[in-house]
Design a protein around this ligand. Structure first.
Ligand SMILES: C[S@@+](CC[C@H](N)C(=O)[O-])C[C@H]1O[C@@H](n2cnc3c(N)ncnc32)[C@H](O)[C@@H]1O
Length: 993
């Protein structure tokens, strides 16, 4: 019997929920534990598991209703989750004094803050509050509309703006449970009970969910939270630690969480006491340091002084503070001046006034015409490689480092930026001396990193080459090493339990991410603060960077801020190569690494360097090594071999009734072939857009879909024959598309073109993957067959055929009558306009469509081929020479002049055999004649002669369709041509012989 997810999945709503979760940034449940790249949204995991456990009935509509109820994503559930937003005035009241002055005016947020900045600000305020204060703030939420029907009328994504995420509410109401139980024949009162009952029914026990690439832990964590037994495994110890922490700290229950919070607070207090005793963060004015700003400086050949480097010397846009440099007669070091400037001057600094590095060149601050190549400064042999004992540059090093500004805060919360004075520099010297005394011992104890940065990595080579930093601790200032080491030492003394020790380790990881030489200073008005290292997926040394004093650790250091009731029962986390796993699961849900999208093993080492020796004490069976040589990488043959091996292994460790769900963020047939060769057969595929608004594409947003491929074990390896398989594929694709069209509700489309395309692909796979062999060819052999460039396997040809069936089944509304008579390229052009009018801007989608219609070159038709800004030409946009025929004869026999420019001279234009081009030419003529339809009409009559009368109705239908293109938002370029099309259509309709 198929499960719910094998028949349908509420894609639009899930996309909206996933997007909301991802947008929560620091407010996401697992992100507080530490950085990992590409964590999957928890709601997607929850929906996938429920979808795999819930049987499909013969009433798909009811199934959908019940499924949404379980997830509180039905209309009642959404209303129940609608708590509204906290008004800005309440945020202002709750904000710490210094934030209040900085970010709020009398009425609310200061002008100029973007939505993202406001969201981040609120997250920071929230994190600074006690649990009681958070509750009080929560109580001030206001529902956007009082009236339920007005709420229901909003598009789903808009409703969500005012809603809690499903994971943060109680779950379905008792009356919803009654309906759920009645439909499913269960007696559940909560999610774990439902999961248990559905699992028992299928597997005879609580369902066990496994993830062999668990990364940041989303899959095992969510599985366990809703009542499954969870198994997580990853090659990387950092991933293992995060997953273990998600299950045992966030899922550890009140006692564990209270202990973790207490120990981390005590460790911070102990470190703080020491810092105060040393007097390294306080000045004589009673102020405490609030931020440290550093820069690199170099003395190029011919310069008498060291040049401090920065792409901009703007420190605070809101405070109007900048740094200037002054020469000194007694030194070759310049002296910083930290000054408040006028609005006019601020503007100049925003425009990079005084920048001393640009385009990889060093610029003389006193003579902008004098510059040096930064690369050349490194010399022919490169930079001196720092030693293990180094924690600051040596005097002979090319790149020197210096502190140039400190932001102070006084007892009233007032900030002040200043250049370091003599006593500040004395404090810096003291920091160095204190660190020197402890450095070796702390490395031995594992309080400080002592490992070398692996050379030759894609990401790890960067700090080595550009700064000579060869050990991980070189990526931190002496002050950072001293304060982080202090915390590590305090934790070693205070944390006893495995949970508290893990929390302390992760705390150190968070500190490394928020307080290192790779943390840039963000001078934008809403920020004026240091950023984290992994803003991007790289390890890029910076010319200016920021550091945090210990007081700032209050937000970055703790792993848990409040106690959550979650108590996870059964979970196992191991470190293992996925090829070697021996654990069995009922459901494997995996999100494999692909094509080096993220260099997990290299980036993870940044954290592992801090965990290192301490990790082995807490997890004696874990080796603190990323085992990079075993990481699945690239997309070549090695990748395919490892993946086939892994998925064969997972299929072996799954019961016959078991299922798999594989998530990936690309549509590469290779992955499907791998799963097929792994002994699995596809039963469904769905795409959830996780980085954009639901169901649609917001302008300027980066859009990414996550494909969820549902698979079962292929128990019988029957041989098949391509000529028999073709019609089966055709039927399955049509059936799949028709069933999706039937589900597409009015007003809230569930599926967009990408979904249909993918569904066709999945439908083909559903048929193909039933067979172990096709026409005597073994699929595994096919996966590894060496092929010439552009040579296709028979398997690929079948898949492409499926796509073209899908393309042909999806006819833009209003074109049904003329569709069959259009050529493939015409259909492509019109379908592309159709998706463009619905807001689709991803170039990949236009390319995917082209594949489906068999159009090989779309460049002449695309006005813009930007990755996220694709659009088609209008008739007036296409050059006349490309639309008009050379001789006036019937279109299908006329050759267009050879194309020049883009696409190469001499290539035939894709519209060469298209009657649509005549119609477009006529539209163009109409527009050019100030919307007089006569020249266009005459042109068509001349071109088509007698056949004009037979084609007239089709022309009218097509023109009317083009006429409607000027209406949708974002189709401004079509306004003139669609008006011309409308007028021409009217003229043709009334034409008489
Ligand atoms: C895309 S990530 C998984 C992200 C995860 N689903 C989450 O939500 O955070 C892929 C993971 O595969 C792991 N990995 C790479 N090669 C592996 C191997 N041979 N065995 C096990 N895990 C591996 C990487 O360390 C990485 O954590």
């Amino acid at each position: 019997m198929p499960t719910f997810i094998e028949t349908q999945f509420p894609i639009a709503r899930l996309s909206a929920e996933s997007y909301k979760e991802r947008k929560a940034n620091l407010g996401q449940t697992l992100t507080r534990l530490g950085k990992w790249w590409g964590r999957k949204p928890l709601i997607l995991v929850r929906a996938s598991i429920i979808g795999m456990l819930m049987p499909a009935s013969d009433n798909p509509k009811k199934d959908r209703e019940i499924f949404l109820k379980i997830l509180t994503m039905d209309d009642d559930g959404t209303w129940q989750r609608c708590k509204g937003e906290v008004p800005p005035a309440a945020w202002r009241e709750a904000a710490p004094v210094e934030m209040r002055d900085e970010y709020f005016g009398r009425r609310g947020f200061k002008p100029g803050l973007s939505d993202d900045e406001k969201e981040e600000l609120c997250a920071r305020i929230w994190a600074s509050l006690s649990v009681a204060q958070q509750r009080a703030l929560d109580g001030q939420r206001r529902r956007p509309v009082k009236d339920r029907s007005a709420f229901d009328a909003l598009p789903y994504a808009d409703r969500l703006k005012h809603c809690e995420r499903p994971e943060n509410v109680q779950g379905p109401t008792p009356s919803a449970w009654a309906e759920i139980n009645a439909h499913l024949g269960t007696t559940a009162r909560n999610l774990p009970e439902l999961v248990e009952q559905l699992g028992r029914r299928t597997f005879g026990h609580t369902p066990r969910v496994g993830d062999s690439f668990c990364g940041g832990g989303s899959i095992p964590f969510e599985a366990a939270r809703i009542g499954c037994e969870a198994f997580g495994s990853d090659l990387n110890p950092v991933a293992g630690l995060l997953t273990w922490a998600s299950l045992n700290l966030l899922g550890g229950g009140e006692d564990v969480q209270n202990e973790v919070i207490r120990v981390q607070a005590e460790a911070l207090a102990a470190a703080d006491e020491q810092v105060i005793t040393w007097g390294i963060e306080n000045n004589d004015r009673g102020e405490r340091a609030d931020a440290y700003l550093y820069c690199v400086e170099v003395k190029p050949e011919g310069s008498d002084y060291y040049i401090p480097l920065a792409p901009s010397w703007l420190i605070g846009e809101r405070s109007k503070v900048v740094a200037r440099w002054r020469r000194r007669s007694d030194s070759d070091r310049l002296e910083p001046e930290i000054v408040v400037v006028s609005d006019a001057e601020l503007k100049l600094y925003k425009g990079k006034k005084g920048a001393t590095t640009s385009d990889n060149r060093v610029i003389d601050p006193f003579n902008p015409d004098r510059s040096w190549s930064a690369e050349a400064l490194r010399g022919p042999d490169g930079l001196r490689r720092w030693n293990k004992e180094d924690f600051e540059p040596r005097p002979e090093d090319v790149f020197q480092e210096r502190l140039y500004c400190i932001r102070w805060i006084n007892a009233e919360g007032k900030h002040r930026y200043a250049a370091p004075d003599a006593s500040d520099l004395a404090r810096e010297a003291k920091v160095l001396a204190l660190l020197r005394e402890r450095f070796m011992d702390w490395q031995r104890q594992g309080y400080l990193p002592s490992k070398a940065i692996p050379a030759g990595g894609d990401k790890t080579e960067e700090p080595i080459r550009t700064r000579g930093w060869t050990y991980w601790h070189h990526l931190f200032t002496p002050r950072q090493l001293l304060t982080h080491g202090l915390l590590a030492q305090a934790c070693d003394r205070l944390a006893v339990s495995k949970e508290a020790r893990t929390a302390c380790l992760l705390g150190l990881g968070r500190m490394a991410n928020w307080d290192s030489k790779l943390c840039l200073w963000d001078s934008s008005p809403a920020n004026e603060k240091g950023k984290d290292v992994f803003l991007n997926q790289a390890l890029n040394p910076l010319s200016t960077y920021s550091g945090r004093p210990l007081t700032k650790y209050k937000t970055a250091w703790p792993i848990l801020l409040e106690v959550t009731p979650t108590r996870i029962q059964k979970s196992v986390v191991v470190l293992s190569d996925a090829r070697d796993l021996r654990e069995t699961s009922d459901l494997w849900i995996t999100d494999p690494p692909y094509a080096d999208a993220v260099n997990y093993h290299e980036l993870g080492d940044f954290f592992l360097a801090w965990y290192d020796k301490q990790l082995s004490k807490v997890f004696p069976d874990w080796t603190p090594d990323a085992r990079a040589e075993l990481a699945v990488r690239g997309d070549g043959e090695d990748f395919r071999r490892s993946m086939v091996e892994i998925y064969k292994n997972l299929a072996r460790h799954m019961s016959d009734k078991g299922m798999q769900l594989v998530m990936f963020t690309h549509q590469d047939p290779a992955v499907c072939m791998i799963l097929w060769a792994g002994g699995l057969k596809a039963t469904a595929a769905w795409t959830i857009s996780t980085e954009t608004g639901a169901g649609g594409i917001k302008k300027g947003n980066y859009v990414q879909g996550t494909v969820c491929l549902v698979l079962r074990k292929r128990t019988a390896n029957e041989p098949g024959f391509l000529d028999e398989v073709y019609p089966l594929v055709e039927d399955e694709v049509k059936r799949q598309i028709e069933s999706m069209q039937a589900l597409d509700e009015n007003g809230e489309p569930n599926f967009n073109d990408a979904d249909y395309q993918l569904a066709a692909y999945a439908a083909a796979l559903k048929v193909l993957t039933q067979y172990g062999m096709l026409d005597g060819k073994d699929v595994e052999h096919e996966v590894f067959a060496v092929r010439a460039k552009n040579e296709k396997s028979d398997f690929q040809t079948v898949i492409e055929r499926a796509l073209s069936i899908a393309c042909d089944t999806l006819i833009p509304r209003g074109l049904d009558s003329s569709w069959r008579e259009l050529s493939l390229v015409e259909r492509y052009y019109l379908r592309s306009l159709d998706i463009e009018s619905r807001g689709e801007r991803r170039k990949g989608m236009y390319e995917e469509l082209a594949r489906g219609f068999g159009v090989t070159d779309i460049r002449p038709l695309l006005k813009s081929d930007k990755a996220n800004g694709a659009r088609m030409f209008t008739p007036s946009g296409l050059a006349a020479s490309l639309l008009a025929p050379v001789q006036g004869a019937d279109s299908n026999t006329v050759e267009l002049p050879a194309r020049r420019g883009r696409g190469g001279a001499g290539a035939p234009h894709p519209f060469a055999v298209s009657p649509l081009r005549h119609l477009m030419f006529a539209v163009r003529e109409t527009a050019a004649a100030d919307n007089s339809p006569e020249p266009g009409r005459q042109y068509l009559r001349d071109t088509f002669g007698h056949s004009y009368w037979g084609k007239r109705e089709r022309f009218v239908a097509l023109l009317e369709w083009l006429a409607a293109l000027g209406n949708p938002e974002g189709m401004n370029e079509w306004i003139a041509d669609s008006e011309a099309a409308r007028i021409l259509a009217g003229r043709l309709r009334n034409d008489h012989a």
